[in-house]
Design a protein around this ligand. Structure first.
Ligand code: ADP
Length: 666
């Protein structure tokens, strides 16, 4: 086994590899770009080297620099992870030349699978079933048209050098072929610098089933069963599982043996995945082979109890495979959900930003989280927007599915938009529970997976209002505490202090809708006037923003995250954004001097929540004014220091007068 390896990657996969190395006592060398100086993978490894600026071509793709760092640090091998240089035959070769072990297959195996057409020719020779199609060198339209007619429409045109769904075109009839071929060729040339295409029969709503294979230098090869990755959004996998629903032991053996034959045909070594496309009738065809560790490898680890990164290290170090085929068995069922920073409301565009709040479900025997980020990390525009892989395991599919639903509900992310809502909807879908998966799943169930946005419920409004009132109370109390005034009413630690017989209205913006909630204080509880009626509530705010609320006798929990005037309420797996605003001050801002805070209406000062010299953050409550039997909280429009308070409790003020002066931060 190696003493020390270099991990030529970042994010979750770099952390994943480091994790196994740590367990095996192998020392690790991390590399990072300027954007990743404080990244989790850098912190996890024993030493770390800066590669260069953020763009991958200036950092993670710099083959020469990586080899230089390997030499300098004394790393004996390089683990490429996935993506970046993992399927780059020249890099694998350069490692060989430099005397550093490339933890992956031999360069010639990578090359053999690099072209879809060439790979198909090899697989045909090896007796692996292929989708009916044409993958020859003759690219004339005549030949392509004749082949398409023989296969039968609809057909799929693919770029031979393709990947990531680029250069793929469905052609419904002979009349559209010329146009489809031209478009696929243009896209292929632009993306891969090679316009060779192939034609396949277009299968209707097939399944994507792939086989994990492993081979060692001694000539042994095994399969570690299948993964079903049919649930895709735009040909990109988002939910994977193992074993595949409905797979019979005979079909499993047949597919496994075909995959091993494919690996043997190209002299494979290490971890590889043979991807098949499977027809609803159970027939299956070779699609391509990925010559690296796959993103979704953890589901295989969960059902086999094997650590595939450990296997990779052993094989690369020249050891035989740790298990023979008959020593491998499937236990239970596993799912992986890919949590992405992308915005479902903006057509799933990557969502860039800081992870202001990040809380994950507890990890245990059933729940595993592979991630490269922590709270306060940035999701940068330079790399893949995947935040984490959530992996669950249980004895059977139903149990694992239940755990996945619960773990998704417990995954709290504020700061960037995520696809968690879609994942939760998928997992809760009856057709998914029934195992009716295919590559068209999201299209078929679109209307139920993407329901129209509903206004925030009274339940959430009640939690938001209660949480806000408790926050105001807590902050005022802590300020009074700091001030040392023994007579301040905020020094009392009884649970509910806003106990006068008065009321306060909070104005929320919920998307396009404006909604207000009035709170009436009644000693130990508050009665809220909500759009749907009145509700007695009470509660307690704990720690960072954990709310334990009693809503008319029902005890519920929620988490509140504040960002200025924005409040995110995380409850039962859903997150709701509400923005606090004050309709009375809106439109007046222009008239008011930026540093001062003016009374929005004539009234009485009932509370002053700050003292001169206090520093405040945007949205902090400063003073409460009562008018028309309603309370209005004056909040800080920006961060700063309270320079002067012009009034005391009980004073009458006229509309527009300056109540206090907010200076800059000292
Ligand atoms: P890429 O390498 O660009 O990702 P693949 O060949 O791996 O392309 O195919 C990606 C996805 O496209 C598959 O998972 C499947 O959903 C769909 N697909 C591929 N080939 C076919 C086919 N012959 N018929 C129907 N769908 C297909």
């Amino acid at each position: 086994m190696f003493e020390k390896i270099l991990i030529a990657n970042r994010g979750e996969i770099a952390c994943r590899v480091a994790h196994t190395c740590k367990r095996l006592g192998v020392r690790t060398v991390a590399v990072y770009s300027d954007a990743d100086t404080h990244a989790r993978h850098v912190a996890l490894c024993d030493e770390a080297y800066l590669l260069g600026p953020a763009p991958a071509r200036d950092s993670y793709l710099k083959a020469d620099l990586l080899l230089q760092i390997a030499r300098q640090s004394g790393a004996q091998a390089i683990h490429p992870g996935y993506g970046f240089l993992s399927e780059n035959a020249e890099f694998a070769e350069a490692c060989q030349t430099a005397g550093v072990v490339f933890i992956g297959p031999p360069p010639k195996a990578i090359r053999a699978m690099g072209s879809k057409s060439a790979a198909k020719a090899i697989m045909e020779q090896a007796g692996v079933p292929l989708v009916p199609g044409y993958h020859g060198k003759d690219q004339t339209l005549d030949t392509l048209a004749r082949s398409a007619a023989e296969i039968g429409y609809p057909v799929l045109i693919k770029a031979s050098a393709g990947g990531g769904g680029k250069g793929m075109r469905v052609v419904e009839s002979a009349g559209q072929l010329a146009e489809g071929v031209a478009a696929a060729q243009r896209e292929a040339l632009a993306s891969f610098g090679d316009d060779q295409v192939l034609i396949e029969k277009y299968l209707f709503r097939p399944r994507h089933i792939e086989i994990q294979v492993f081979a060692d230098k001694q000539g042994q090869a095994v399969y570690l069963f299948e993964r079903d990755c049919s649930v895709q959004r735009r040909h990109q996998k988002i939910l994977e599982e193992a074993p595949a629903p409905g797979m019979s032991p005979e079909r499993r053996r047949e597919m496994g043996e075909a995959a091993v034959a494919a690996a043997r045909a190209i002299g494979y070594e290490g971890a590889g995945t043979v991807e098949f496309i499977a027809h609803q009738d159970g027939s299956f065809y070779f699609m391509e082979m990925n010559t690296r560790l796959q993103v979704e490898h953890p589901v295989t680890e969960m059902i086999t109890g094997q650590d595939l990164v450990e296997w990779q290290l052993l094989v690369a170090a020249g050891e035989p495979l740790p298990r023979a085929q008959e020593q491998l068995a499937i236990q239970g069922h596993a799912f992986e959900a890919r949590i992405y920073a992308e915005d479902p409301d903006r057509d799933f565009l990557p969502s860039i930003g800081r992870l202001e709040h990040l809380r994950t479900p507890a990890e245990n025997l059933h729940v595993r989280i592979d991630t490269g980020v922590r709270q306060n990390d940035e999701v940068s525009p330079h790399y893949d927007p995947m935040i984490a892989k959530l992996i669950v395991w249980d004895q059977d599919r139903g149990g694992a599915l239940r755990r996945l639903g619960q773990a998704l509900a417990d995954y709290q992310i504020v700061g960037v938009a995520t696809n968690i809502r879609l994942l939760s909807a998928l997992v809760a879908h009856p057709a998914f529970a029934a195992g009716e998966v295919n590559t068209g799943f999201i299209e078929i169930h679109r209307s139920s997976l993407f329901p129209d946005k509903q206004p925030v419920s009274d339940h959430i409004l009640a939690l938001a209002t209660l949480g806000r009132l408790l926050y105001v109370e807590r902050e005022a109390a802590s300020r009074a505490h700091e001030s040392g005034d023994p007579w301040s009413p905020w020094r009392s630690t009884s649970a509910w202090r806003l106990n006068d017989d008065n009321m306060q209205t909070l104005y929320f913006r919920d998307g396009e809708r404006d909604v207000s909630v009035t709170a009436h204080y009644h000693g130990d509880h508050v009665r809220l006037d909500l759009p749907g009626g009145s509700l007695p509530v009470s509660g307690e705010l704990k720690g960072e923003g954990d709310l334990v609320a009693d809503l008319d006798g029902v005890r519920v929990r929620a988490t509140l995250v504040r960002q200025g005037e924005d409040m995110v309420i995380l409850s039962q797996g859903a997150s709701h954004l509400l923005t606090l605003h004050n309709p009375l001050t809106e439109g007046m801002e222009d008239e008011v001097d930026a540093g001062s805070l003016a009374a929005p209406m004539p009234g009485t000062v009932t509370r002053i929540l700050v003292q001169e010299g206090d520093t405040v953050a945007t949205g902090d409550p400063l003073l409460i004014l009562e008018a028309m039997k309603m309370e209005h909280t004056i909040t800080a429009p920006r961060a700063g220091m309270i320079e002067c308070i012009h009034y005391t409790v009980g004073d009458q003020v006229q509309e527009g007068v300056e109540l206090l002066v907010l200076g800059g931060t000292p």
